[in-house]
Design a protein around this ligand. Structure first.
Ligand SMILES: Cc1cc2nc3c(=O)[nH]c(=O)nc-3n(C[C@H](O)[C@H](O)[C@H](O)COP(=O)(O)OP(=O)(O)OC[C@H]3O[C@@H](n4cnc5c(N)ncnc54)[C@H](O)[C@@H]3O)c2cc1C
Length: 480
């Protein structure tokens, strides 16, 4: 999901970030429909990690979400001794709170190469790890209501096929659409459909990838917050952590919503803001929608257990001290993202003023104070999404809301992640700022970082993900 017409998955939130660590079923509250579980606790399958910090590694990866874990998998494959540090819960932040789309249908043309490569990697994980990790090639739909939109999607299709001739996206209408989604052919002009797109199961997919990585030799240490990066002769020399020091030749910052704060403390400027997004899970019903898709102001995903996840179409950026720090960086974003991003004043502003932005290697850092960043569910947005889904597909009147959750998304000004070295900091790499699409693009981005560190040619072109794209005088391109 990106900040775009395709970015329904960035739901509007109240902008009040929750910070919780622990285990449990969540906080239940009664509604007209029965119990809802509001998950501000880890939603993910727990992973047994290592407790002791090794003295040395070739590469230290900071963050055990899909980005850090994918990077570690590919580094390990290349024979580089890799340690992943996780301050809280493996996949406990965005990677375990995502909606679960793995897709390239309707994507920014420049990102299709990386996205399609990622889909192939996801496809290979089950064989690689010898178990079902929850990935399904279950298809992705954009339901289209008007002729203008059909034209717009046809234009996208033409451009996409020019750069990726093998893509299987197509416009389907009438009886063909009905065969895929019963009843949709009569309600919608058409759908942009891609059969090879898929879904993952955030509550366990990334945990299982972590377990597979450990079986292959990656060492994951948790909970263990990285505090800072040590330099010797200008180059990376190691990482200071809450458990002591680990020597390393390379460091990869894969800290999701925290990367900018971490990098700032070592004088590396990473323009990134957090956006709040809310989701919900509905009980099984007869006639549930297949695969995943986007309708008018709602999004759905069929889960592997037959329940349906539902998301919405706006995003909320709580105003924090970063909003002012990165004001100029994000100025063009407001223009290009239209009304898809709301900016809200909330308690986050006052919280962010209290949060340290500088610390010493022996001080407690914000990473230790906030072990797991969740978000506060925006129930109004969730209710609106559900009402829109029910209007289009009345069979969902029978569905009961079983869970609501939120997550904080790391967004960059151009809605594109950094997958890059840091030019003035030899040995330091960044894989962050996925802007709501990292569950899809994390694996191929991690592969690219591993290739950069190994000094190999990258499988995908890294140009649009480079570090200095906002400062090298090139044209600003908002990629959605
Ligand atoms: C509600 C929601 C829905 C989404 N839906 C989709 C979707 O359908 N499809 C899609 O492609 N993407 C989706 N996304 C986006 C996707 O989840 C993220 O882009 C992706 O998970 C980012 O992965 P990551 O590894 O970069 O970050 P994260 O998963 O957030 O992991 C970063 C990790 O770094 C750790 N960390 C941070 N700082 C430190 C430190 N100093 N020391 C040690 N550890 C540290 C954190 O604790 C965290 O576990 C969604 C996101 C949200 C919130």
């Amino acid at each position: 999901m990106s900040i775009s017409r395709r970015s329904f998955l960035i739901g509007a939130g109240s902008g009040v970030a929750g910070a919780v660590i622990g285990a449990g079923a969540g906080i239940g509250f009664m509604t007209g429909q029965g119990w809802r579980v509001h998950s501000s606790v880890p939603r993910v399958m727990p992973v047994q990690t290592l407790a002791e910090l090794p003295a040395e590694a070739d590469v230290v990866v900071i963050g055990a979400g899909i980005a850090g874990l994918s990077t570690a998998l590919f580094l390990n494959e290349k024979g580089l001794n890799t340690v992943v540090l996780e301050k809280g819960v493996v996949a406990g932040e965005q990677s375990g709170r995502a909606f679960g789309w793995i897709y390239s249908n309707g994507w920014d043309i420049g990102k299709l190469e990386l996205t399609n490569q990622s889909k192939s990697i996801w496809q290979g994980f089950a064989a690689r790890f010898g178990e079902d990790i929850g990935f399904r090639r279950s298809g992705n739909f954009t339901l289209i209501g008007s002729d203008d939109e059909v034209d717009m999607h046809n234009e996208w299709l033409k451009a996409a096929l020019e750069v990726q001739p093998g893509m299987d996206s197509k416009i389907v209408t009438g009886a063909d659409l009905d065969a895929l989604i019963p009843g949709a052919g009569g309600k919608f002009k058409a759908a942009l459909y891609q059969a090879s797109d898929g879904t993952a199961e955030p509550v366990y997919s990334v945990s299982k990838i972590a377990m597979g990585a450990m079986r292959e030799g990656v060492r994951i240490i948790a909970p263990c917050a990285a505090r800072s990066v040590e330099r010797e002769g200008g180059k990376v020399a190691g990482v200071h952590t809450e458990k002591g020091y680990i020597k390393a030749r390379y460091v990869v910052i894969a800290g999701g919503a925290w990367s900018s704060l971490f990098a700032g403390n070592i004088d590396v400027r990473v323009p990134q803001l957090t956006l709040s997004s809310s989701m919900q899970r509905l009980s099984r019903i007869d006639g549930a929608l297949p695969g995943a898709g986007y309708g008018p102001d709602f999004a759905w995903r069929m889960q592997t257990d037959g329940e349906t996840s539902v998301g919405v179409g706006m995003s909320a950026s709580p105003i924090t001290s970063d909003s002012f720090r990165y004001l100029l960086d994000f100025w063009p974003t407001l223009k290009y993202s239209g009304d898809l991003v709301k900016v809200r004043l909330s308690q986050d502003f006052f919280r962010s003023l209290r949060m340290k932005s500088r610390w010493g290697n022996d001080e407690i850092t914000p990473f230790e104070e906030v072990r797991m960043l969740s978000g506060t569910v925006d129930r109004k947005e969730n209710d609106t999404a559900l009402a829109n889904l029910r209007r289009a597909f009345p069979q969902y009147e029978k569905a009961v809301v079983k869970e609501e959750w939120a997550g904080m998304i790391d967004a960059t000004p151009d809605s594109t992640q950094f997958v890059t070295d840091v030019p003035d900091f030899p040995g330091l790499f960044l894989i962050t700022g996925f802007s709501g699409n990292g569950l899809t693009t994390g694996p191929a981005s991690g592969q690219m970082i591993a290739e950069m560190i190994a000094g190999e040619e990258t499988t995908c072109d890294p140009a649009i993900y480079r570090f200095n794209r906002f400062t090298d005088g090139s044209e600003f391109v908002f990629r959605y």
